[in-house]
Design a protein around this ligand. Structure first.
Ligand SMILES: [Zn+2]
Length: 194
């Protein structure tokens, strides 16, 4: 994975933020939050259902996690059981998984909405190459004909998404001038995928 892609990995960003926001928490607390992540479901903003996982010591099929504005903190149904006060003091990992989920969702949105460069072009050549793109698609405009046609070249439409306007489209080795547009990654991907 390239450096740029690693930076834009939403899960990595979310984990870093959780660690930063809860510096006193152990590695196992973070790990449990991560293991629970697939079991978190958002009912609405501030209300979540976390499926119980036997391997993580859960004894109930579902836990509810919600934000209490009055208490100014996150609550979990497990706080209302025997020894619940102890779990509350430590922030249970059901709540931790919700905190990770929220950071993950925000990171996904931020990655999708980040600005990128997009260009499309029609070219006619034997060899089409794109260099330095985040993602690109090269589609032939017509079916391959005879061998002679193949040697002459074919028409292609090329879509390119890049971090900066420096990505290159090469048609038989010559760079093609591109008209870059600045779009969000989400929109650019929709255009690329057609
Ligand atoms: Zn809990």
């Amino acid at each position: 994975m390239s450096r740029a892609n690693r930076r834009a990995d939403p899960l990595r960003i979310a984990l870093e933020r959780l660690r930063r926001d809860f510096p006193g928490k152990s590695r196992s607390w973070i790990k449990r939050a991560l293991l629970r992540l697939p079991y978190v479901r958002e009912v609405r903003d501030g209300l979540y259902v976390v499926e119980g996982v036997r391997e993580l010591g859960d004894w109930k099929p579902l836990y509810q996690v919600w934000w209490s504005g009055r208490e100014g903190r996150w609550e979990c149904t497990c706080y209302y059981s025997t020894w619940g006060w102890r779990r509350r003091r430590g922030i249970c990992t059901h709540v931790a998984s919700v905190l990770l989920y929220r950071r993950f969702k925000r990171a996904v949105e931020a990655v999708e909405n980040r600005p990128v460069y997009f260009a499309s072009a029609e070219v006619e050549c034997v060899n089409v190459k794109v260099r330095g793109s985040l993602e690109h698609r090269i589609t032939p405009l017509e079916k391959a004909g005879s061998l002679l046609d193949f040697a002459r070249g074919r028409r292609y439409v090329v879509y390119i998404i890049a971090e900066g306007p420096s990505a290159e489209l090469l048609c038989d080795g010559s760079p093609v001038e591109l008209a870059w547009e600045r779009l969000s990654l989400k929109v650019a991907k929709a255009l690329l995928e057609g």
